[in-house]
Design a protein around this ligand. Structure first.
Ligand code: BTN
Length: 250
């Protein structure tokens, strides 16, 4: 299988592990090169954002990619947008209605408004703390299964009638990630931001957020050049660098 992988990828394909992100971080911290990828058929302690778990039975895709981008640490949040665009670019051609695929700020991928994939970026700064040492991009795609929690609607490719396997998705996804990474290093964030916005769910609509300042709502007006969400309220636009979108406001 490895001969089909994109140039620059070193794949470590595991059967079962606690978390591919934990393994990739361990490898990165001990010097693993850019392009090291850890996958697992299942995870026993998969992790999501905000300290949540990520239920990880066999059948879905669990992947963690080590990158060593020589960029200022302030640019690391851009990687989440890169991962989301790589996911939707890879999955869109498989769908009868690719416009049903959406990006939810900051890092989710939705299909018909339900969560299809999640992204967990973990980073380490260099000896010069204004620069990145490494970043691990963790991707979980609901290929066969999805959780059923009433308050967090989710779906899978199988549930939407798309009969692809995790194995078949892996190489195209890694290829797209590496292409976008190269474009990001040479062209910067602007093209990625535009590609992300082209599929942004709920743009121009009222959203509610839970952030460091508590709950707020307003119009989802876009994303700025650093990846912060732009929230329109009372005729003004505010930047929200960190928050969770909890839905359309009532
Ligand atoms: C989220 O939406 O909360 C992010 C989920 C990220 C899950 C992936 S699965 C592969 C990698 N290993 C983990 O433990 N988490 C990420």
């Amino acid at each position: 299988m490895s001969e089909m992988l994109p140039a620059g990828i070193r794949l470590i394909a595991l059967d079962s592990i606690g978390s591919t992100n934990d393994e990739a971080k361990r490898l990165a911290a001990s010097g693993a090169p850019d392009g090291t990828v850890v996958t697992a058929r299942e995870q026993t302690r998969g992790r999501g954002r905000r300290g949540r778990g990520w239920t990880s039975p066999p059948g879905n895709l669990y992947l963690s990619l080590v990158l060593r981008p020589n960029v200022p640490a302030t640019r690391l949040p851009e990687l989440g947008f890169m991962a989301a665009v790589a996911l939707t670019d890879t999955i869109a051609p498989l769908l009868p209605a690719p416009e049903t695929l959406g990006h939810k700020w900051p890092n989710d991928v939705l299909l018909k408004g339900k969560k299809l994939a999640g992204i967990l970026i973990e980073t380490s700064l260099g000896a010069d703390p204004s620069r990145a040492d490494w970043a691990v991009i963790g991707l979980g795609i609901n290929v066969r299964h999805h959780p059923s929690e009433a308050d967090r609607p989710a779906t899978s490719l199988a549930a939407e009638g798309i009969p692809i396997t995790s194995e078949a998705l892996l190489s195209p996804l890694l290829g797209r990630l590496m292409d976008l990474r190269q474009r990001w290093l040479t062209l910067g964030f602007a093209p990625l931001r535009a590609a992300w916005l082209a599929r942004a769910a709920g743009l121009g609509e009222t959203i509610s957020l839970r952030g460091p300042m508590g709950a707020e709502s307003g119009i989802f007006a876009g994303v700025d050049e650093a990846g912060a969400l732009l929230l329109g309220r009372d005729g003004r636009v505010t930047r929200v660098p960190v928050a969770e979108v909890i839905g359309a406001a009532a």
